[in-house]
Design a binder for this molecule. Sequence first.
Ligand code: UTP
Length: 241
Amino acid sequence: MNVVVSIGGSVLAPALGANRVEAHAEVIRELADDGCSVGAVVGGGGVAREYITTARDIGANEIELDQLGIGVTRLNARLLIAALGEAVVPAPAKTYEEAGEAIRNGDVCVMGGVAPAQTTDAVSAALAEYTNADLLVYATSVPGVFSADPNEDPHAERFDRLTASELVDVIAGIEMTAGSSAPVDLLAAKIIQRSGMRTIVLDGTEPDRIASAVRYGDHEGTDVIPEGVGDEPTYWAENER
Ligand code: UTP
């Protein structure tokens, strides 16, 4: 199975801590040992936000802010790389081609951001599309896709299952509400829709949840099922619990 795991910065490093990073690396290593091809994409989290807020106060323009964000995502990617040890590309890949080649060669590859005006949500979807991944997993700090931002709206309900088009509609609705944020952004949702990629959005603060989702399809988040592709990856049926 070829999987891309997107690990939000607030999941990997809400505060810097070796144990948490090592626990995420352990899951990725185990999946690779199981025979999975793994691409990982790491976000910037609170540290990126702090840099961006500070630079905005200084008067930096939006592209400069994005470049700072990209820098932090790549720092976080390097942390994960350090914890992964062998069989991982030693620096964050800067292009999809580079990452794709490494993954084809059997190495684990870690990316951060690649270009301004997007987030690592879109990088993850693009990497999954480029490498023709069987599964894309978003390990976020919220337990799935909700009808509204659960931090803003107490009536927000979690979806167990969405089609890719429904995902686009839900995310577009959330992003139009000032102050709300969605677990996956609209560009990522559009890439998921056009590529027809099976996607899971889950609470990844416990790294073992990522492993269960990849190995067995077991999770308590949201399944995004592409239109016309109802079949589960055969890999899940082959794995015994
Ligand atoms: P994140 O992917 O962590 O963004 O990248 P985010 O969605 O704001 O973070 P979470 O999910 O809430 O934790 C951090 C920042 O880096 C820049 C953007 O400014 C983004 O907000 N970035 C990242 C890019 O400009 N391009 C990229 O490819 C990736």
